[in-house]
Design a binder for this molecule. Structure first.
Ligand code: AP5
Ligand code: MG
Length: 215
């Protein structure tokens, strides 16, 4: 299963990708997670990426294209992968196509999660993530049993630096200008599946699974 989860910030890409990892035993490749780890470790790439991320802009194409090209060569991608947050520009989508061709691989599906802008703001301002295991929560829609503590590993929950309302609005604008064109890009390629992402998390999951099974 070689899959892209497409959708605006807060659409549920990360939430659904983590569930699909368990379902299909294939890795989630989140460029956002990889970049945040680089920022945290203070690597040269992380230092460069930080300013783009904190202001809600996109990290330059050549940086993320290189990350994904290398990641796709790793052995755990042999049976498939879930791309979460990549590609985000037409140039990235073209580069992905070229990398897959070099490896004689083909994309199976692109699932586009559709969610209203105001719901996205509410989801992102209420998002919390575990520092230890990366499990995502929402203070209202998916709260942990104990506030601030991860149900799975007991780690502390934190709020992402870019989940402030002003930065969220900028990210949404960047999405409509630079990433939304990928919907027609993949529709024309015949691999797009559009899904109503406004429903509760378990229902979105079931819908994704039935779409994948039907195809
Ligand atoms: P990235 O980390 O990819 O952030 P994003 O695309 O803005 O997406 P999010 O992670 O915010 O949203 P999500 O769809 O994963 O939602 P989630 O499942 O967490 O990128 C961050 C930054 O890195 C970018 O701004 C850019 O600077 C840089 N970057 C990354 N990739 C790049 C690339 N390819 N090119 C250039 N730059 C790049 O859900 C959100 C919340 O909602 C959670 O609290 C969750 O519990 C809740 N929720 C989820 N589903 C539902 C539901 N169905 N109902 C109710 N609540 C829900
Ligand atoms: Mg995410």
């Amino acid at each position: 299963m070689k899959l892209i989860l497409l959708g605006p910030p807060g659409a549920g890409k990360g939430t659904q990708a983590k569930m699909l990892v368990e379902e299909f035993s294939i890795p989630q490749i989140s460029t956002g997670d990889i970049l945040r780890a680089a920022v945290k470790d203070g690597t040269p790439m992380g230092k460069k990426a930080k300013e783009y991320m904190n202001t809600g802009g996109l990290v330059p194409d050549e940086v993320v294209v290189g990350i994904v090209r290398d990641r796709l060569q790793e052995e755990d991608c042999n049976n498939g992968f879930i791309l979460d947050g990549f590609p985000r520009t037409v140039a990235q989508a073209d580069a992905l196509q070229a990398s897959l061709q070099e490896m004689s691989k083909e994309l199976d599906r692109v699932i586009s999660l559709e969610v209203d802008a105001e719901a996205l703001v509410e989801r992102l301002t209420g998002r919390r993530t575990c520092k230890e295991c990366g499990r995502g929560y929402h203070v209202k829609f998916d709260p942990p049993r104990e506030a601030g503590i991860c149900d799975v590993c007991g780690g502390t929950l934190f709020q992402r630096d870019d989940d402030q309302e002003e930065t969220i609005r900028k990210r949404l604008q960047v999405y409509s200008e630079q990433t939304a064109p990928l919907i027609s890009y993949y529709r024309e390629a015949g691999v797009l599946m559009e899904l109503d992402g406004m429903q509760p998390i378990p229902i979105v999951k079931e819908k994704i699974l039935s779409l994948l099974q039907a195809s």
